[in-house]
Design a protein around this ligand. Structure first.
Ligand code: FUL
Length: 499
């Protein structure tokens, strides 16, 4: 009897073990999985450069230079929320080294300037980082922080005659050959930022820390990325650390809001290793050693900081950026800089809102509904309730169509409830269990006669395929031609209009 019970228990274990697909190689952490879903959010470059009309200020101005005439961080957060952006990342310290928060690590902070002193005297806050975080919370968007590792203010190779002999003439500790420890200063700044509090005393929650890889001087500074990561992990376990090559998210290799169609979420190098060329950062490395998905930092204007002579890009240019980033599984971090008033200019906001309208009008035309007839060449263990092809239409990313482990190619067919004119297809792979698919076709059918409309390689978190011209179809077919493990497809959608 005991034997029989054991046997039954074993069968149960084997069946369970087979039924759930095992993770394939690298998979996203929970913080990365949540981050993928944010897709599109704002970058806010604001600081002394806004007032000196520079991009890379030389740390030559005193904090008095920071003088917004009508700062309104609520206006930033509301603008971004209205524009359908999932969050904002603020430059707490850009390369010039001036801190926008009330730090104990340097005298070179806006808090030492006239604007801040006047506000404090009037009983108002002058900590722009905390103000922006509170506004993000108020308008229910995520908040993140940029903290420049390169610090001109501390870099001996960057002369600062205007600050010589002033309160802001601080030790030149940036670089491996200086007597001070810049990593320690940076770690202290990071620690302050990841432990900031809202007015009610609770910790400000961060979704991303942006540790820029740029440097414009010959000074060699070896950064202690592992230490920075640990500080972030300990204090903000839900936050993604962005760096040139990780640890949690990578640069896409350009600053133009663009990436190539093939995109892998993994790479095989860390921040401490030789940097990949831009091309490699775009594609990533298939089956790479680390889950380090790409983020594309791009600009609504030409500069990162606001300049009076620049204009926002067109709505069409932003649409293209979106489709070539978010539509290729890469998050889009779009810089929208406040002007010298301390607000997002009206014309930029107008552009963002029109862009949202155009985007929504395009994306909100789904043709595939859960009730459609859908079939597949194979279903994992015949369990069509759990792994059936209907899962790609149910609007939930947790469910997916799966085949047996030994099957890496297969076909899924969806019969529409009429004839439609289709101009785009959107697909998602179940990345929680790894990135697997390496080749697929999407075919449009009219009464069973198919023609290929998409020929894709990588799939990943989300692909939006816009067709060159719309096609007529009363059925759609997805052919998985290549996958390094059995493919797991969580969503298929087609956009268009009824004929
Ligand atoms: C670059 C910086 O040098 C730019 O000024 C800007 O902050 C951009 C987002 O990253 O590396």
């Amino acid at each position: 009897m005991l034997r029989l019970i054991n046997a039954v228990a074993w069968i149960a274990i084997i069946v369970t073990a087979q039924s759930t697909p095992q993770p394939y190689l690298r998979t996203p952490s929970s913080r990365q999985l949540a981050w993928h879903q944010l897709e599109y959010y704002a970058f806010v470059h604001f600081g002394p450069n806004t007032f000196t009309n520079e991009e890379w200020g030389r740390s030559q101005s005193t904090p008095d230079v920071f003088n917004p005439t009508a700062l309104d961080t609520d206006q930033w957060a509301k603008s971004f929320a209205d524009a359908g952006m999932a969050g904002m990342i603020l430059t707490a310290k850009h390369h010039d080294g001036m801190a926008l928060w009330d730090t104990n690590t340097t005298t070179y902070k806006i808090g030492d300037g006239k604007w801040a002193k006047d506000r404090i005297a009037a009983g108002l806050s002058a900590d722009v980082v905390r103000m922006a975080a509170a506004s993000a919370l108020k308008y229910d968007i995520n908040f993140g922080i940029y903290l420049s590792p390169w610090d001109i203010h501390r870099d001996p190779a960057m002369p600062k005659p205007n600050l010589t002999g002033t309160l802001y003439d601080e030790p030149q500790i940036f670089g491996d050959n200086t007597t001070g420890d810049y990593n320690d200063l940076y770690a202290r700044q990071l620690t302050e930022l990841v432990t900031l509090q809202y007015d009610n005393g609770s910790r400000i929650s961060l979704f991303e820390l942006w540790l820029d890889g740029a440097s414009g001087s010959d000074t060699v500074q070896t950064f202690d990325w592992a230490k920075f990561r640990d500080i972030i992990r300990e204090n903000q376990p839900g936050a993604v650390m962005w760096g040139h090559q990780g640890v949690d998210a990578r640069w896409v290799g350009n600053e133009d809001g663009y990436t190539v169609p093939t995109n892998w979420h993994t790479i095989s190098r860390t921040q401490d290793q030789t940097h990949y060329e831009g091309d490699k950062l775009q594609t990533g490395v298939r089956d790479g050693l680390y889950w380090t998905p790409a983020e594309s930092d791009a600009r609504i204007r030409d500069g990162w900081f606001w300049h009076a002579n620049e204009k926002p890009k067109s709505v069409n240019a932003l649409m293209q950026m979106y489709m070539e980033c978010v539509g290729r599984s890469v998050n889009l971090l779009l810089d929208v800089p406040p002007d010298t008033t301390g607000q997002i200019p009206e014309e930029d906001l107008e552009t963002l809102l029109q862009f949202r309208e155009q985007r929504d009008a395009f994306l909100k035309r789904p043709l595939l509904t859960p009730d459609l007839d859908v079939s597949a060449s194979s279903v994992r263990e015949g369990d069509s309730k759990q792994y059936g092809p209907a899962n790609v239409l149910d609007g939930r990313t947790e469910t997916y169509w799966a085949m047996n482990d030994n099957e890496t190619t297969g076909v899924l067919e969806i019969r529409l409830d009429g004839t439609y004119s289709i101009d785009a297809v959107i697909m998602q792979e179940q990345i929680a269990l790894g990135q697997r698919v390496g080749g697929y076709l999407i075919d449009a059918g009219v009464d069973g006669a198919y023609r290929t409309i998409v020929n894709g390689t990588s799939l990943g978190y989300k692909r939006i395929w816009i067709l060159n011209s719309s096609v007529e179809a009363n059925s759609l077919r997805l052919q998985i031609l290549q996958s390094n493990a059995t493919p797991l497809i969580s969503s298929v959608q087609a956009l268009g209009v009824k004929q």
